[in-house]
Design a protein around this ligand. Structure first.
Ligand code: AMP
Length: 215
């Protein structure tokens, strides 16, 4: 099963990808995670990507496409994958189409996570990530028991992603609207798009996703 999860920042793509990984036994490929890892490891690619990420803008297509090309040919992606946060614009979608055509592995579904802008804002400002294991919490919607990771306990300090700061969120949502929403009609025209109500608790959204995948 080859799936694209499409949705604004904060729509729950990362959380739902992890559930899909368990259910279908295919890897999550998150360009945001790959880029954050490159930034943390101070690789050349990470250094190039950092300023755009900090400003809430898209990283250069060439950087992202190079990363995706390498990742898609890894053996664990042979049976399928969940693309989370990619493609983000029409040029990336067209490049992806070309890559998958060469590999003879076309997409099966594009799932659009539908969520109100106000809810998105609250989800993003409330998001906290465990520095140790990467688990995601939300101080409003799924608060940790104490101000620490429920799993790593006192070793798991919760931090806010730099691009989840209020001043950057506006820019990220603006970029989504301008550059990523055209993908909705692009994938609808290709007959791949399924819309999912993402304004519910994690389990309910996952049920909606499974229904959309199986439809
Ligand atoms: P995310 O974790 O998906 O919200 O991504 C965090 C940041 O990484 C974005 O705001 C962009 O700066 C960058 N990024 C992630 N995926 C892409 C992509 N497909 N194209 C360009 N930039 C990306």
């Amino acid at each position: 099963m080859r799936i694209v999860l499409l949705g604004a920042p904060g729509s729950g793509k990362g959380t739902q990808s992890k559930l899909l990984v368990k259910a279908y036994g295919i890897p999550q490929i998150s360009t945001g995670d790959l880029l954050r890892e490159a930034v943390a490891n101070r690789t050349e690619l990470g250094l190039k990507a950092k300023s755009a990420m900090d400003a809430g803008k898209l990283v250069d297509d060439a950087i992202v496409l190079g990363m995706i090309r390498e990742r898609l040919i890894c053996p664990d992606a042979a049976e399928g994958f969940i693309l989370d946060g990619f493609p983000r614009n029409i040029a990336q979608a067209e490049a992806l189409h070309k890559m998958l055509a060469e590999l003879r592995t076309p997409l099966d579904r594009v799932l659009l996570m539908n969520l109100d802008l106000k809810v998105l804002f609250k989800r993003l400002t409330g998001r906290r990530v465990c520095e140790r294991c990467g688990r995601v919490f939300n101080i409003y919607t799924s608060p940790p028991e104490a101000l620490q990771c429920d799993h790593c306990k006192e070793q798991g300090r919760l931090t806010q992603r730099p691009d989840d700061k209020e001043e950057v969120i506006g820019k990220r949502l603006e970029v989504y609207e301008a550059q990523t929403t055209p993908l909705i009609s692009y994938y609808r025209a290709a007959g791949l798009l399924r819309s999912v109500d993402a304004d519910a608790d994690v389990d309910t959204v996952f049920k909606n996703i499974r229904a959309a995948v199986d439809s």
